[in-house]
Design a protein around this ligand. Structure first.
Ligand code: ADP
Length: 260
């Protein structure tokens, strides 16, 4: 209850940025970054919006890999970073501030300083929407991000597994406390469709996310299968909405983009 009384409504607006939506998860490794990347690209391509993507995952920035960005951003005269555009999305990543493969062992104030650089220290230009890939969990960095910026909404990503859903619930509650509307929950790794017999297997369980969503009065707005091409897309830096735009998965991400 430490954050009661604070509201994201008191947070800063970024000049030129219409809406800021965060993609969050309780746990790491559930597909938060994959969702953020594909959502951002779908918003740009399908919805024809001016989109930014901010990778604020301080402990494991994956946007440079997932969006195939090898360069570091240029810096303007007033010392603002210029986002790097890829697949129609203007990207900034925590990965730009640190050396690749170097461990990120920062204490609180350094994390806050970095988040400040990534938000206000960026020349975003004019954007319809900025998608923020949040660090997983509900610690200081996450709370500080929700208070620092005036957020339009949060999208929660979870797998159907109980351990992930318990933490997802905690995450959703954090946003409610700071009065950030929850745009919906995306269930990732929902099922695996066997390429040989076309049967679906529910590897991480079935029905749990829908139940959690109903209990918390949140919309379940996407069910993304466990799919080799999604993983390949992440590793190769070509999001599946670009590499296989007609696939079921790309359709599902497109739907999520329309619903947020
Ligand atoms: P998080 O941001 O929650 O830590 P990531 O988006 O980085 O998770 O995903 C973790 C790993 O799982 C990545 O290597 C990604 O390619 C893979 N992955 C995520 N979602 C899927 C999926 N639906 N099918 C297959 N692989 C996935």
């Amino acid at each position: 209850g430490g954050i009661r009384g604070f509201s994201s409504k008191g947070g800063l607006r970024l000049e030129g940025v219409e809406d800021i939506i965060v993609v969050a998860s309780g746990k790491g490794g559930v597909g938060k970054s994959t969702t953020a990347v594909n959502l951002a690209v779908a918003l740009a391509k399908r919805c024809q919006l001016k989109v930014g993507l901010l990778d604020a995952d301080i402990y494991g920035p994956s946007v440079p890999t997932m969006m195939k960005i090898h360069d570091k951003p240029e810096v303007t005269e007033d010392k603002k970073m210029v986002p790097i555009e890829m697949y129609g999305v203007k990207c900034i990543s925590m990965g730009f501030l640190v050396e690749k493969d170097a461990p990120i062992v920062w204490r609180g104030p350094m994390v806050m300083n970095a988040l400040e650089k990534l938000t206000r220290g960026v020349d975003w230009g004019s954007l319809d929407v900025l998608v923020v890939d949040m660090p997983p969990g509900t610690g200081d960095a996450q709370i500080s991000m929700t208070q620092r910026l005036q957020l339009s909404g949060a999208l929660i990503v979870s797998t159907p597994q109980d351990v992930a859903l318990i933490d997802a619930r905690r995450g959703a509650r954090m946003f409610s406390k700071v009065e950030v509307p929850i745009l919906g929950i995306v269930e990732n790794m929902s099922y695996f469709r066997c390429p040989h017999c076309n049967q679906d297997s529910f590897i991480f369980g079935k029905g749990g996310t829908r139940k959690t969503a109903t209990e918390m009065d949140i919309d379940l707005i996407g069910e993304i299968p466990l799919e080799g091409r999604i993983r390949e897309g992440s590793d190769e830096g070509i999001p599946i909405v670009i590499s296989s735009p007609d696939s079921i998965v790309a359709e599902a991400y497109g739907d999520v983009a329309l619903k947020v």
